[in-house]
Design a protein around this ligand. Structure first.
Ligand code: GLN
Length: 190
């Protein structure tokens, strides 16, 4: 049944898609790696992973995926964008979310760091988040709800069925944010 084992796509053009696939599989979703527009058919949710946003955007254009991805988003299918995936969803790229990402926002020197993030509506204490040359959200519209910040900069946000995270929830063994995403996916599929 769709509702029990939702079908979740992971955009697999570039970047850290394999780790998302493992986490989602471990949480009981059916997972499909997405490389061409036809792979989007019938998905209950989609993850856009971290990686390199310029390369990923080039791949999206090359494969003719931009319009199909926008159509998927406007159909109300839950989306999760992490790190480069956050950038790809912003105003300057797919324009799916009313945010402006700032690439490598924590500075090129600070390539990687970890931080404990408090999410108001998540049980079980703070999320231990891994940031790798991460963006932050430099500006956002009124429809965007900021869920967590580092030094006053939004690093997690939601706009309706679109959830974005600056960091890498697929690394480590705390999968509460993927679980949260799958709750949205199941609810939307119902
Ligand atoms: N710095 C990368 C970019 O701007 C994002 C890094 C990541 O996804 N881990 O595309």
């Amino acid at each position: 049944m769709v509702v029990d084992a939702p079908l979740v796509g992971v955009l697999a053009l570039q970047g850290g898609y394999a780790a998302h696939t493992r986490v989602l599989d471990g949480l009981g979703a059916r997972v499909r790696e997405v490389r061409v527009p036809a792979d989007l058919a019938g998905l209950d949710g989609l993850v856009i992973p971290g990686g390199e946003s310029t390369t990923m955007s080039l791949g999206i254009d090359r494969e003719g995926m931009a319009e199909p991805l926008r159509a998927l988003a406007s159909s109300g299918t839950p989306l999760l964008g992490t790190c480069a995936g956050l950038i790809v969803l912003d105003r300057a790229h797919l324009g799916v979310m009313d945010i402006q990402a700032r690439r490598n926002a924590f500075g090129r020197q600070v390539r990687s760091f970890e931080a404990d993030l408090r999410f108001a509506d998540l049980e079980g204490g703070p999320v231990h988040a891994v940031f790798i040359r991460a963006p932050w959200i430099a500006a956002h519209g009124p429809g965007v709800e900021v869920l967590a910040e580092v030094d006053g900069h939004p690093v997690a946000a939601r706009q309706g069925h679109v959830l974005v995270l600056s960091f890498h929830p697929e690394l480590g063994d705390d999968h509460r944010l993927h679980e949260r995403f799958l709750e949205d996916v199941r609810a939307a599929a119902r």
